[in-house]
Write a protein that binds this ligand. Structure first.
Ligand SMILES: Nc1ncnc2c1ncn2[C@@H]1O[C@H](COP(=O)(O)OP(=O)(O)OP(=O)(O)O)[C@@H](O)[C@H]1O
Ligand SMILES: CC(=O)N[C@H]1[C@@H]2OC[C@@H](O2)[C@@H](O)[C@@H]1O[C@H](C)C(=O)O
Length: 386
């Protein structure tokens, strides 16, 4: 079925985040400016073998050339899970026009001019018969930006009528915030760790890569001296925009190693929360709406509510699906890329202007009627509120 809205395409966004838990897929209808109907969505978990293969690649990502057999084999497996996710959405939704494929970030070092998301877009296009936009971050980094976060474009497009200043806080493997000021100015950055360190800590101590419902952290005490040491890192004194690699604070696990499983988990939760609280924003947000897997952790949510000045609530309060915001975001960004609309902005990624980004891969595509020709870039830009 075609999108009912003229100029809108039906786009599947695919996100596999830094938590390494799997891939999220979500369909939205959009023209890259306005968000229309949200359609089917689902998550497919990585199996243990793929998760381990990816984790092993993280550890040596900065030295990889890109043609190592174990890298290529993980990339194929990763791509095929994404193709399966698309197939399942197609079964529920019928005709779709475009895919936005984030890929798995292996390495993110914008200060060295590199950000690297693996995933074979041409293979995905061939497997699904759909055009695929991918590699969303490289152009921004080449232009001098952080390459992340990119979700603020989507957060801002979805916010409507909330009292400002307002913040959307995503707590994934890494945490990031979108701040919208009184005058609508958008400022964004990664705030610090999200769940990734806590997942690694839980895996080490319990064999399960998640402190489910905060059970460990709830039973522990924060080690204030170690927390202070962690928060002394220069990152927390930098102004936004700024971004992080998943492994940026991995040494925290060694610092906390002498602690019990419970105290270490409590300290890591406090680390995530204090990192958010110390993020330098123009004004304290009146409300923080939280998305990403961290909002399922009640101990983390309670600590955020006790620490932040404004109201703290899950994005479900706004009628959003907090598990699918990032997948929807990459559908939205794919449409923006297709139309040549900006993905970069000074307040979001620190790029020195407004730039588009992303690449189109199309193998054996069956474009839906009306897909070509695209709306003109100039017409799109003149209607873009950002
Ligand atoms: N019930 C729960 N209790 C505690 N933590 C949970 C629960 N459910 C999910 N999580 C956390 O959420 C994480 C997944 O979050 P999410 O899917 O937002 O991450 P991601 O998309 O990989 O990250 P990123 O935003 O960095 O790309 C899990 O790894 C886990 O730590
Ligand atoms: C390099 C990279 O993959 N960064 C991710 C990661 O996960 C959360 C945070 O760090 C954010 O900066 C970004 O993802 C979201 C979707 C973004 O670009 O907005």
């Amino acid at each position: 079925m075609r999108s009912a809205e003229p100029g809108f395409l039906r786009v599947i966004g695919l996100m596999s985040g830094t938590s390494l838990d799997g891939v999220d897929a979500a369909l939205i209808e959009t023209d890259g400016v306005t968000v229309g109907r949200r359609g089917a969505s689902l998550s497919l978990g990585y199996d243990a073998a793929l998760r381990q293969a990816l984790y092993a690649l993280f550890d040596r990502a900065s030295e990889l050339r890109g043609d190592e057999p174990e890298l290529l084999s993980a990339e194929r497996a990763l791509t095929d899970i994404h193709a399966e996710a698309v197939r399942q959405v197609l079964t529920m939704e019928g005709e779709v026009d475009l895919i936005g494929f984030h890929g798995q970030t292996l390495f993110h070092a914008p200060q060295s001019g590199r950000t690297w998301q693996i995933g074979d877009a041409l293979r995905l296009s061939g497997a699904t018969g759909l055009p695929v936009i991918h590699d969303f971050r490289s152009d921004d980094v080449r232009a001098g930006g952080e390459g992340a976060p990119l979700a603020p474009w989507y957060h801002a497009a979805c916010l409507a009528g909330q009292g400002r200043p307002v913040a959307i806080l995503n707590i994934g493997g890494v945490a990031n915030v979108t701040y919208v000021g009184r005058d609508g100015t958008i400022l964004a950055c990664d705030t610090g760790p999200g769940n990734a360190l806590l997942d690694d800590w839980a895996l080490r101590h319990t064999g399960v890569a998640c402190d489910h419902d905060g059970a460990l952290a709830r039973a522990g005490q924060v080690d204030q001296a170690r927390l202070t040491a962690l928060l002394a890192a220069p990152f927390f004194h930098r102004l936004p925009p700024k971004s992080l690699d998943r492994q940026a604070f991995i040494a925290a696990l060694d610092l906390l190693a002498p602690l019990s499983a419970e105290d270490g988990a409590a300290t890591l939760v406090a680390f995530t929360v204090q990192a958010v609280a110390t993020t330098i924003l123009p004004e304290a947000p009146r409300a923080w709406f939280v998305c990403g897997g961290g909002r399922h952790n009640p101990v983390l949510m309670q600590a955020l509510a006790e620490t932040l000045a404004g109201r703290v609530a899950p994005v479900e309060t706004l009628g959003w699906n907090g598990d699918m915001v990032e997948a929807e975001c990459f559908a939205y960004l794919a449409m923006r890329s297709l139309r040549g609309l900006p993905l970069s902005a000074p307040g979001i990624t620190g790029a020195p202007g407004l730039f588009t980004g992303g690449r189109l891969s199309a193998a054996a595509i069956r474009p839906a009627p009306g897909f070509w020709p695209l709306p003109s870039r100039d017409a799109a830009l003149s209607r873009d509120p950002h």
